[in-house]
Design a protein. Structure first.
Lengths: 240, 75
């Protein structure tokens, strides 16, 4: 009885996955447009001509403005990020804090903020920020977008810069998600190779049920069915 | 028929897994939501179609082999 329900449950799972993907697409598409002001100058008006620079371990982050030129980093070692600004004139700017945000699927998976105590208006300044993303070092690796932002004391964005980092896991591969993904992929390939056995179930459903004997034969029966053991043995489930 | 649907289900999961794995090995950028979802949906569709094809072929092959075994027993 169990193996008759299994294909229907798998088809339902596929339908549920597709429905979830469509619902996620429909519901979440406006989210980046709401989150995008982080990467755009917002209501705060910085002085015109102000120079904003962000360096990551003494490397200007503007050199990593594309995923193909991402900065190679190690999640387990700390990064020294320096936020500098200079108006170039006698005009002043008040920077309340500096912020780093790392994005994954459009959402900030980690945020690091360095707040200036009693910020004062000045024509230039710098905010050092030390960041050790050790909490995600054993979970994630790969290419990520990071947004470095200068925030005013009222938390509005004065300036922000997007850049990319390519994070390496411990020993190059010891992160939880890639290992789990590899195990899932191996299992699914195995299930896919064995999926031919489900054809017997489909044939049994579409075939002649009256001619097939009911499976409730006593255990001491001396006439085993010829194909029942192979057909009734369900292949391993693929995606459950 | 059920082999086809089983293959499609395996292919869908494989499509999702491969897309996320490619990001983890730095071949894809999934930082922004919309291209990430596009990659995932593309992986779901391509994986589902390829998996369904593989399941269909394997199902036919299994049935053919099974009928060959059954023929001498029926005579």
């Amino acid at each position: 009885m169990r193996f008759f329900r299994r294909p229907a449950g798998r088809a339902g799972l596929v339908g549920a996955l597709l429905a979830m993907a469509v619902v996620t697409l429909l519901v979440s598409v406006p989210v980046p447009s709401r989150a995008s002001p982080i990467s755009q100058p917002s209501t705060a008006r910085p002085e015109a001509g102000t120079t904003w620079t962000v360096t990551w371990n003494n490397v200007d982050v503007t050199t990593a403005s594309a995923a193909s030129s991402a900065l190679g980093i190690d999640f387990t070692s700390s990064a020294n990020v320096l936020f500098n600004w200079s108006t170039g004139t006698s005009a002043t700017e008040t920077v309340g804090s500096a912020q780093l945000q790392m994005f994954y699927f459009g959402f900030a998976v980690t945020t690091r903020t360095q707040t200036v105590n009693n910020p004062v208006a000045s024509s230039s300044g710098s905010i050092p920020l030390s960041w050790t993303p050790l909490s995600i070092a054993y979970v994630l690796e790969g290419v990520y977008k990071i947004t470095a932002s200068f925030l005013a004391p009222n938390q509005t964005t004065l300036f922000s810069e997007n850049f990319y980092v390519r994070a390496n896991a411990l020993l190059g591969f010891v992160a939880a998600i890639p290992i789990v993904l590899l195990l899932i992929a191996i299992y699914e390939v195995y299930a896919l190779v064995r999926s031919g056995r489900y054809a017997a179930l489909g044939r049994k459903l579409a075939g002649s049920p009256p001619s097939s004997p009911p499976p409730s034969s006593p255990p001491g029966d001396s006439t085993p069915p010829t194909e029942a053991p192979e057909a009734e043995t369900p292949p391993p489930g693929g995606s459950s | 028929m059920s082999a086809t649907s089983h293959g499609a289900a395996c292919g869908v999961v494989l499509g999702i897994v491969i897309v996320i794995f490619l990001q983890q090995v730095a071949y894809l950028d999934l930082s922004d939501l919309v291209p990430a979802l596009e990659y995932l949906i593309l992986g779901i569709i391509v994986g589902g179609v390829i998996g369904a094809g593989i399941g269909f072929v394997l199902g036919r092959s299994y049935l053919a082999r099974h009928e060959l075994k059954q023929t001498p027993a029926s005579k």
